[in-house]
Design a protein around this ligand. Structure first.
Ligand SMILES: [Zn+2]
Length: 243
């Protein structure tokens, strides 16, 4: 008794093609296999020709999408392509994992170099944050996400170091805590930081704190001794040059 390998219909009078498909399924499935194998080959070629690792990864993604659908036909015993789709799925998942790992490994070197030369905390934190996001996105894609664990850890440590270096030389834990929440709020809302008045006896770290705030906000800072400001005129004189 004949049985269609795709829809499962069976009967003594059912005619199936050489692919084991009924008349209703055969044209659609044959066409789908043809289209997918063409597209798959196209993206395999494009991946091999591409010099950018992330374009390669994108191509492998499309190859895998097609190969996974074809592998489902293969499971039902429907003839598809050579090498078998299940083999392609296994190979290209591995290949994608390795390409991502190598690509990110090279990029992390660049990011670390950028951070070493660029002293702006805000820019560096943002750069690290973006890269960390990228690594996490790839982790969700890979078959072996733990391939990226050490890179993720490396970046987290770098981010913590930047954070620590900014505030470590200032004491004043309570004030720091309050200021940081204000800064975070301002940055999240893209607002300016409200006016802040730090007062206390000399050598308490007011200027250091002011510098830390400016650094955190990614803006320049100009310090003027209060005794220099004799009148509102002097202050007005200073203001236009400030940003
Ligand atoms: Zn059928």
């Amino acid at each position: 008794m004949a049985k269609c390998k795709y829809c499962g219909r069976s009967g003594w009078f059912l005619k199936v093609t050489a692919n084991g498909l009924c008349k209703a399924c055969d044209p659609t499935i044959t066409q789908d296999i043809l289209n997918r194998s063409r597209s798959l080959n196209y993206f395999l070629r494009t991946a091999e020709q591409s010099s950018e690792w992330n374009s390669k990864v994108e191509c492998y993604g499309t190859v895998l999408e097609h190969a996974e659908v074809l592998a489902r036909y293969e499971e039902r015993g429907i003839p598809t392509i050579e090498p078998l789709p299940s083999v392609l799925v296994r190979d290209y998942k591995d290949k994608r994992d390795i390409t991502v790992r190598k690509g990110l490994e090279a990029e992390i070197e660049e990011v670390q170099e950028e951070i070493r030369t660029n002293k702006n905390t805000k820019v560096n934190t943002k750069r690290l944050g973006r890269f960390l996001e990228q690594i996490r996105k790839f982790k969700s894609l890979l078959t072996k996400p733990n391939l990226l664990d050490d890179l993720e850890k490396k970046l987290e440590i770098a981010a913590q170091q930047i954070e620590r270096s900014l505030w470590m030389y200032v004491g004043q834990e309570i004030i720091k805590h309050e200021l940081r929440s204000q800064i975070l709020l301002a940055m999240q809302r893209s607002h300016y930081l409200p006016h802040i008045m730090l007062c206390g006896p000399p050598e308490m770290g007011k200027v250091t704190l002011a510098n830390a705030i400016a650094n955190e906000m990614g803006v320049s800072i100009k310090c003027v001794e209060a005794v220099v400001i004799e009148s509102s005129q002097t202050l007005r004189f200073c203001l236009p040059t400030w940003k």
